[in-house]
Design a protein around this ligand. Structure first.
Ligand SMILES: *Cc1c(COP(=O)(O)O)cnc(C)c1O
Length: 369
């Protein structure tokens, strides 16, 4: 008799369905024999990385036989200057995804409740489940977080709350006054994670700066990443900013060398490239306008987004439209796994990429015009 190695896994892990990433460009080229691909599926920075990051990586290449600096000293120094915080408040991660998992591992165990919004980023329920914790999805308000509903869902068993501002995939956001009102309702022994993966893109005056709220809310952890506006998605580097006690705990559970040397030097070099960040933000602002203007003129509905992506309501045949866009060489992201079977999420690209997507979408949706 052979052993059932699936049944042998711990219960939380048995229940997992792997995260579905955006379809890689090479895969589409292989499968469809296409040359030109427009990948607008993973909210990456279409400008490519900062040239300074590329140079820093070249400079560091001869040293890759050595282990990375496990403390991330230089990068933490730079981040602490950047934000005006102490280095002891920072936890570096292999992408902010790593940090999100460290937080669950440190603060939630079997039977504990982890609360998040309906339509929220898929990693929260995944990480909770893997830890054997109970994920509690609070019904959204429209497409966004219902912070009052989330506050009302907290129980004796709640250990963690995840908030995404803005949320991926919906692009919805909440204001500083809404967040402050929420935080005053949360008992101080419940840890609140504020995921600000897209914060650099946002110019709304009432958009809260999570880092500035740490002083008054010691149960808060803010997570940010170099994957989106900073253009380093492949290197896997993100971080948490929190009180130093929480950071101490997170640093105990992370792997000793969880962020590699090339990621550290590239992030450090990028942080100094303010012009690159400005260009990235400007490209996104113009691209969002380009995409939404065209959707409006076509009469196609979408969810207002402050991120570098937008969810478009294409209708009941979204899965089919996704496939037909692929045939045109355009990769977008289906979001049926988020309970949004009528939408597709598209990332803002370069002007010509946005144009290619919009033209393909128009041809598919309105074949006779
Ligand atoms: C992309 C994303 C992240 C993290 O990405 P990493 O590459 O792991 O840093 C985290 N949260 C949200 C909401 C995201 O969309």
């Amino acid at each position: 008799m052979t052993c059932d190695y699936k049944a042998l896994a711990v219960a939380g892990v048995q229940g997992l369905t792997p995260y579905t990433p955006g379809k890689p460009e090479d895969e589409v080229k292989r499968e469809l024999g296409l040359e030109k691909i427009f990948k607008l599926a993973s909210n990456e920075n279409p400008l490519g990385p900062s040239p300074r990051a590329v140079q820093a990586i070249k400079d560091a290449l001869p040293s890759i036989s050595r282990y990375p600096d496990g403390s991330g000293y230089q990068l933490k120094q730079a981040l602490s200057k950047f934000y005006g915080i102490d280095e002891k408040q920072i936890t570096l991660g292999n992408g902010s995804n790593d940090v999100l998992e460290l937080i669950v591992r440190a603060y939630a165990g079997p039977g504990d409740e982890v609360v998040f919004s309906q339509y929220a980023f898929a990693v929260y329920p995944l990480a909770a489940k893997a830890a054997g914790a109970v994920g509690v999805a609070v019904p959204a308000e429209g497409w966004g977080h219902d912070l009052n509903g989330i506050a009302a869902a907290l129980t004796e068993k709640t250990k963690l709350v995840f908030l995404a501002n803005p949320n991926n995939p919906t692009g919805t956001w909440f204001s500083e006054s809404q967040l402050r009102a929420f935080l005053t309702k949360v008992p101080e022994d419940i840890v609140v994670v504020l995921d600000e993966a897209y914060c650099e893109y946002i110019s709304e005056p009432d958009y809260p700066d999570g880092v500035a709220l740490l002083q008054s809310h010691p149960n808060l952890i803010v997570t940010r990443t170099f994957s989106k506006a900073w253009g380093l998605a492949a290197l896997r580097i993100g971080y948490a900013v929190s009180g130093s006690d929480i950071a101490d705990i997170l640093n105990r559970v992370r792997q000793p060398f969880n962020v590699d040397t090339l990621a550290q030097v590239a992030a450090l070099a990028s942080l100094a490239d303010v012009d690159y960040l400005k260009q990235s933000i400007e490209n996104n602002r113009a691209g969002m306008q380009q995409v939404t203007n065209r959707l409006q003129s076509l009469g196609v509905a979408y969810i207002d987004s402050v991120g570098n992506f937008v969810c478009i309501e294409v209708g009941d045949d979204a899965a089919d439209i996704y496939q037909r866009l692929l045939l045109e060489g355009v990769i977008v992201r289906p979001v049926a796994n988020y309970g949004m079977p009528r939408h597709l999420r598209v990332s803002i690209g370069l002007p010509e990429e946005n144009e290619a997507f919009l033209n393909a979408l128009e041809t598919i949706l309105f074949p006779n015009s």
